[in-house]
Structures are given as structure tokens and as C-alpha cells.
Design a protein. Structure first.
Length: 29
């Protein structure tokens, strides 16, 4: 997951950031 996008999600919804972390790594590669 792009660092900027990750930071954006964490700032707006930490729970969503934690939920999407594993899936995001796969989806964005």
C-alpha cells in the first residue's frame, strides 16, 4: 500500500487502516 494512502486512511479511520492493511498489500502490488 502506498505510504501516503496508508497515512490518509490512518488519519481518517484507524480501524479501517488496520482492517485494510493485509488486503491493501496484496491489492496494490
Amino acid at each position: 500500500m502506498p505510504k501516503v494512502l496508508k497515512e490518509y486512511i490512518e488519519k481518517n479511520s484507524p480501524l479501517d487502516a488496520a482492517a485494510y492493511e493485509p488486503k491493501g498489500e496484496v491489492s496494490w502490488q
